[in-house]
Structure formats: C-alpha cells, structure tokens
Design a protein around this ligand. Structure first.
Ligand code: APR
Ligand code: ZN
Ligand code: ZN
Length: 385
C-alpha cells in the first residue's frame, strides 16, 4: 500500500452489521454508518469473528444494568487495519490485527506494573458503550442516524469497527487470521489462566469445570505445561469427546454421580487437585471447584462470568485451610505487549488452535451461530465476513 491514502480513509463507511435491538431478540443484519477513527483510534475491516459465552450472556441481557440498545456485540475477531486516527504510531493501514476487550494503554498505574493486566481506561468494562475520548459512538443506523452502542471495547459483529488503539494488537501477517481470531478472547483467556494466573507446574493435577472453548483452552494450557492429570467436569456429556482430544484425561458428569463432583475428584486424585478452574459461569461449579482442591495449597481460578447479584459461595473459615481462590481476566496477559509472543508460541505448536474451530458460517448466518453455542453444540463457530 506504499503509504498511499486508501479511498475510504477519513470518510464515513457504509457497511453491514448484526445489530442487537433488545434482549434475546434475533440480531438484525442491516446497513450502518461507521465514522472515521478519531485521535488514538483504529478502524478495522473485520474478516473473521466468533461468539463467546460473554456475547451470549450480553445478548440475553442477563445483567439488567448492562442493557443498552441498539448495540453491536462481539469481541472475538481478527481483521485488517483500514485506517488509523491521529497519533497512532504502532499501526498502519493493512496491518493484521486482533481487537482485545481488555486493553493495555501502557501508561496507567496498572499497565506500568508487572503482574497485572488491568488498565485504568481500557480494561474490560461491560458498562462502557461509547468511546473514551468524546463519549460518542462511531456507529449509526443508516436509516435514522440513531447512534448504536459499542460493546466490550471492541464490537466485532460488523464489517468495520472502530476501536481505541490500546485495544488492538498487531499480529505477524504470515500467521493465518482465522487462527488468530481465537487469541482475541477464548484461547488466550484459558491458556493464560493456566500459564500466567495459576502457573501450572509439570506433574501437577488440574480440574476444569465447564468444557466450552475457555475450559478446553485451560486444559490445553495445562497439558502444554506437563500437568499429569487433567479432570474435566461438565453437565453436558456431548463435550467429553472433544475434551479428550484437547488434553482432558478424565471426564466427570456431576449429573451421573451419586456423590458431589468434588468427592469424585478427591477420590480420583487421592486428596484433591493442585489447581481447579471455574469456566462455566455457575456458582455451583465454583463451589465444587473450590472443594476439589488439595488442603494446604490448592488454588481455584475463576474465569466464568457471573451476571447475578450473588456473592462467593464460601464460608470465610474455609480459607484457613491454606487454599486460595483468585480470578483471571484475559488469561492475565498484558494484551499489546504479550499476545504477539503468545501467537508465535501457538504457531509453533504450543496449542492446537484448529481444534477450537468446530463450525464455520458466513456472517449473515450469525443467528444460527448463536443457537449453536446456546445449545452447547459448538466450541467456536468462525464467521467469515
Ligand atoms: N457444572 C459443570 N459444567 C457446567 C455447569 C455446571 N454447573 N454449568 C454449565 N456448564 C458447562 C456447559 O455445559 C458448557 O459446556 O460450561 C460450559 C460453558 O461453555 P460455553 O458456553 O462454550 O462458554 P465459554 O465461551 O467456554 O465461556 C465459559 O467463561 O468467559 C467466560 O462468560 C464466559 O462464563 C463463561 C465462561
Ligand atoms: Zn470472550
Ligand atoms: Zn493502562
């Protein structure tokens, strides 16, 4: 592209998007207007996007305080930079990128500190629905020019999106973008929880509650680290075949047990696992995960999103037995600085990304893709725009 301005830079783009108009209502494929990127923003031509359970929860409107319509959901995607706003130095037109819902500005208290991937202005925030710089949306309906809200710093169910540059990661253009899509949320979240948050050690034992893409990414991460026992727990036994392919060594279905899942896991491990991961978004699963770990050093990592008002299902005294519980967002990765290297490791075989793409559909069939996830049939359905 030799530095020449492209034909759309600086102009409003008309394109197709899947717009949410109300909780649980089918998304409407319609023409929208996408404004040019403002200062420190990037406009991306989205080429692939998939659906994560967080999109499903938001689409259902599970958390009332987060309801805002019309809105463009989607946060797992990959694409090409169409144009950049003033001040963006680390990206240019034509770069291959993935949006990240948990950004990294590089400047704030958290970004400057090691060991956390929080970011003051661009960290994950389900309440955020407009751009930080001017409090406006970059999307409007074509018919009435009504603003359409953004979602999770990203909004990827559209042919073009505008994202703050803190929430965009450049990837090596020789890496297939289809695979890179998974690093935008699910695989990074799961593998990173095993590597960064728990720091799973070789020879250890692990229990994963919820065998969707996030849980199976935890399993793949634990296997890459040499965990010797990786127990998968799910109430949907249809998940077990794929789970075994991704590193789960034993499968447990709580609905088929006489006892509680943690008792079975304690029996299978002779005392409990070293690490357990909650990837189901269920408080029952969280309590079982906590009870499944070893006294003295067991660590439980929470990855599931829990939209309800309920608190942790633990008695404070249960923490005296030396067990720990913590949460993990985006796998603890500082997105902009650490994901490019993680992408390289994946391309060198640390994680088999293809295993996570169970379905592919054209973008127009997005409502079908939602059904596949809702019914537990897909890990990730890759949509082609
Ligand atoms: N015990 C065990 N497994 C359960 C339970 C439970 N009580 N409840 C649900 N599950 C299983 C489902 O059967 C499903 O296989 O959890 C799995 C969740 O997988 P997906 O719906 O594919 O979700 P995924 O995209 O993997 O995300 C998992 O992480 O990022 C968060 O919001 C996301 O909470 C969600 C979680
Ligand atoms: Zn996600
Ligand atoms: Zn920051």
């Amino acid at each position: 592209m030799s530095g020449m301005e492209n034909s759309t830079a600086g102009k409003v783009i008309t394109c197709k998007a899947a717009v949410a108009w109300g909780p649980g209502e089918p998304l409407v494929m319609e023409e929208i207007l996408v404004d040019p990127p403002q200062k420190m923003e990037v406009r991306i031509k989205v080429l692939f996007t998939s659906i994560c359970h967080t999109d499903l929860s938001a689409w259902k409107g599970e958390n009332e305080s987060q309801r805002a319509y019309p809105r463009i959901f989607g946060h797992e995607a990959s694409g090409i930079v169409e144009s950049v706003g003033e001040g963006v130095r680390d990206m240019k037109e034509g770069d291959h990128v993935i949006p990240i819902f948990n950004g990294e500005c590089g400047e704030c208290l958290y970004c400057k500190r090691e060991g956390t991937n929080m970011c003051r202005d661009y960290g994950v925030n389900p309440m955020k629905k407009v751009m930080v710089s001017d409090g406006e949306s970059r999307f409007r309906t074509k018919e009435t020019r009504q603003p359409i809200f953004h979602f999770l710093n990203t909004s990827t169910f559209t042919e073009f999106t505008v994202v703050e540059s803190s929430c965009v990661v450049k990837v090596d253009p020789t890496f297939p973008l289809q695979k890179m899509t998974l690093l935008s949320c699910g695989v990074s979240t799961g593998v990173g929880a095993a590597w960064n948050t728990a720091d799973v050690k070789a020879g250890s034992s692990v229990a994963v509650f919820g065998l969707g893409a996030v849980g199976l990414a935890v399993a793949a991460g634990a296997r890459a680290r040499g965990a010797s026992k990786i127990i998968g727990v799910d109430i949907n036994p249809a998940k077990f075949a794929k789970a075994r392919a991704l590193g789960i060594t034993e499968c447990v279905n709580p609905d088929e047990l006489e006892t509680a899942a943690h008792e079975e896991i304690t029996r299978l491990t002779g005392g409990g696992v070293d690490y357990s991961f909650e990837c189901a978004g269920s408080l029952t699963a969280l309590r079982e995960a906590f009870l499944s770990t070893q006294l003295g050093w067991g660590l439980t990592v929470l990855l599931g999103v829990h939209p309800g008002p309920n608190m942790l299902p633990l008695h404070p005294m249960e923490l005296f037995a030396g067990k720990q519980i913590t949460g993990s967002v985006f796998g603890g990765f500082k997105g902009k600085t650490q994901i490019p290297r993680f992408a390289e490791e994946c391309m060198h075989g640390a994680v088999n990304l293809d295993e996570f793409i169970t379905h592919e559909l054209p973008f127009e069939k997005i409502n079908e893709a939602f059904q596949l996830l809702k019914e537990g049939k897909s890990l990730r359905c890759l949509m082609h725009l």
